[in-house]
Design a protein around this ligand. Sequence first.
Ligand SMILES: CCCCCCCCCCCCC/C=C/[C@@H](O)[C@H](COP(=O)(O)O)NC(=O)CCCCCCCCCCCCCCC
Ligand SMILES: Nc1ncnc2c1ncn2[C@@H]1O[C@H](COP(=O)(O)OP(=O)(O)O)[C@@H](O)[C@H]1O
Ligand SMILES: [Ca+2]
Length: 546
Amino acid sequence: MENQDKIICSELFQKQRKVEVVLYPAVLAWKEIEKSSKRSSGTSESEHGQTVKVCEIVAVHKTEDEADAQPRSHPKRINQPSQQYPHAFTVSYVRRTRQHLWRCADVTFHCADQQICEQWVQVINEQLSLLTNRPKNLLVYINPYGGKRRGERIYEQKVAPVFRQAGIFTDVIVTERANHARDHLKMEANLDDYDGVVCVGGDGMFSEILHGLVTRIQTDHGVDQNQPDAELVPCSLRIGIIPAGSTDCICFATQGTNDPVTSALHIVVGDSQPMDVCSVHHNGVFLKYSVSLLGYGFYGDVLTDSERNRWLGPARYDLSGFKTFLSHNYYGGTVSFLPADDNVGHPRDKLQCRSGCRICQHKHSSKDEHDEASEEKEKPAEDSDRGWNVIHGKFIAINSASMSCACPRSPKGLSPSAHLADGTTDLILVRKCSRLDFFRHLLRHTNNDDQFDHWFVEVHRVRKFRFEPWHPDLAPLEDASEHPESPDLSPISSLQETYDDRTAESSWNCDGEILHHTAIQVSVQCQLIRLFARGIEEQQDAEVAV
Ligand SMILES: CCCCCCCCCCCCC/C=C/[C@@H](O)[C@H](COP(=O)(O)O)NC(=O)CCCCCCCCCCCCCCC
Ligand SMILES: Nc1ncnc2c1ncn2[C@@H]1O[C@H](COP(=O)(O)OP(=O)(O)O)[C@@H](O)[C@H]1O
Ligand SMILES: [Ca+2]
């Protein structure tokens, strides 16, 4: 073993091939040195060798099992290299497969000398121990009733083995009722014992963890959440999401897939993705936090209806989506919003938030300065409407997407260019239109067409917004902005007979939870939490160059 300038190099044996294994300061590389005659053509892998970033090594261990230590294809033949190389160690690392999916792969190196083998295990472990962003102790909450009720099985079979391999200690709590996890975090959990909290479930379960954690931190720091302008204290603990829910949009939109093993690996390598959180108030009283969708009208009605059919699992949303689409309700109200600065782009600029996103980083570095400036602007009470835009209308949907809300149903999401951590939310207003028009709009969430390119849709990037449903007595008789009716998918208009658009109110869908107030004030809290994620990687990130 050579150890020059912290580069360690040995000739070892891997799958009956002699390989040169090199540990650079941040990369492990191995390359075949002598090709056996059988493999003369060689694969590109063997010619160019393979590399793994040290920060993506899950674990290294001495391969004790004889069957593992010997090349598997010829365990009993004499004169095999395994006789000359009886010692072995195995490196488990992250391998990217298709579409942002990560898997844990193993490579076993054999060597002649026990000391060299042990040295390799030691130096790799030393490098791993320098990676201080990796969690060592995690608090795990499992919702056994989320999604298809597979939370416990998913955790035991797919996630726990990865954590075990990486030497992570876990305390696991299987929830016994709704809000069990939230209340435990709020009042009981000893947060000092952990580097992070893991939630196994869907967006609703994530919401529990978010509320428990954020509320606990504010209470510990004496911050009053009821003050809409209170400066909230960011959470130091990161949150990991193991998807086992119905929509899994927060997981999908932060790592590009809803796969439990991929999530487990993002946690193991200690990824960190800051994220915006919207705080929702009603007349100065705190209601809820939201990180993905705050939706009034269509998505509120879908959620309300779907709760009755929870037994259907994830399919309840399709059924309720279809029913709500047929009802074709619209709701009067006034939306006011404070637009974001131009430097965070625009919802239709086609710039997508990706791993290491510049817009989110810029926002972070300018956050303090920006917050001070904006407080100055908003403080005087009589001047509090300065910079606000006001829109009155009848809306089929009012959606605030603080992130893209990409999910398997809509791989590009409700607002494909929304950013995870830029301190803004994309406010999408879908005005009263025909069923056919609304169907076209919905359909564009599933293809490459621009869902904002309709006369009845407008979208604004905002830092705050308010909504006020029309009081029946004060509602204007006709909405001035209304477009002449375009063709409808009509025969169902009889469903509308009992519908009074002057009194109708919907409810807000707040990350999959119903809010009990319709008049709300929303403010984006820039980068309040961090996830064990890295945003969606560009495809070329998958390659490593030495
Ligand atoms: C024509 C097909 C149209 C497909 C349109 C799909 C748009 C989907 C956007 C989804 C945004 C999801 C935002 C995330 C919400 C979640 O926080 C939240 C909670 O998740 P959890 O249960 O995992 O805890 N999930 C939800 O509120 C569910 C929203 C799902 C809505 C599905 C709507 C399906 C619409 C189908 C319309 C069918 C029209 C057919 C006309 C012939
Ligand atoms: N043990 C439990 N029993 C019943 N409900 C629970 C339990 N644990 C969590 N919940 C609630 O279940 C709801 C749905 O959970 P979630 O994991 O988001 O699944 P889904 O994506 O299918 O909606 C959440 O509102 C959460 O508060
Ligand atoms: Ca955002």
